[in-house]
Ligand binder design. Sequence first.
Ligand SMILES: O=C[C@H](O)COP(=O)(O)O
Length: 244
Amino acid sequence: MIQNLLALNWKMNKTPAEARAWAEELRGKLTANDTELAVMAPAVALASLAAHLPPGVALGAQDVSAHESGAYTGETSAAMLVDVGAKYAVVGHSERREYHHESDADVAAKARQAQANGLVPIVCVGEGLDVREKGEQVAYTLGQLEGSLVGVGPEVVIAYEPVWAIGTGKTATADDAEELAAAIRDALIERYGSDADGIRILYGGSVKPDNIATLCARPNVNGALVGGASLKVPDVIGMNDALK
Ligand SMILES: O=C[C@H](O)COP(=O)(O)O
């Protein structure tokens, strides 16, 4: 049995003070279940969250540099993220791929750097609407996965996020999510053999308290990467409770 991961991606929302208020509101409201909860916060809010998150809630970054250290203005290294208490780093989110032109090779380099420093990369893949309309979502997503995992070990989380479902209110059906998650699982088994058994595959794209249970009930979907619904504590409690 793979433990579900509820990964909250705040994107570019919440100042450190707002992050602290969110963490304090969450305290005492979380009921124990078998789901791991993790917050992917803006880099400047990580220290504040590390000090105020309820025990057991993990911390993550939304990106990480592909470089160890040095003259890379504006970047944050994996070692810095580990030092501030992060366990996870999202890499290859579709917004990074689109707005920052990150290639699969860039994503793989970031994932390798994360792993080299003890961070677990959450590698994002998923097709756009044009690909989906042509029915080529499986081949496209597996191609992205292959390129994004070059040299990357099995200590990884995969997030399948169809771009057409992100922030649009359009959710993939549970069948859509499972189709891709099962294909991703097969590719991971081919790549890692039995080491792939525990790899979590998340679904992301307009996940909310009222659809998360259905999406994550499928055998190959082991949690969710949530954007919009991660910002308000009652929604987070609702999603966490729905995964019981
Ligand atoms: O990282 C999260 C995804 O981009 C999904 O965002 P969303 O839940 O706002 O659709």
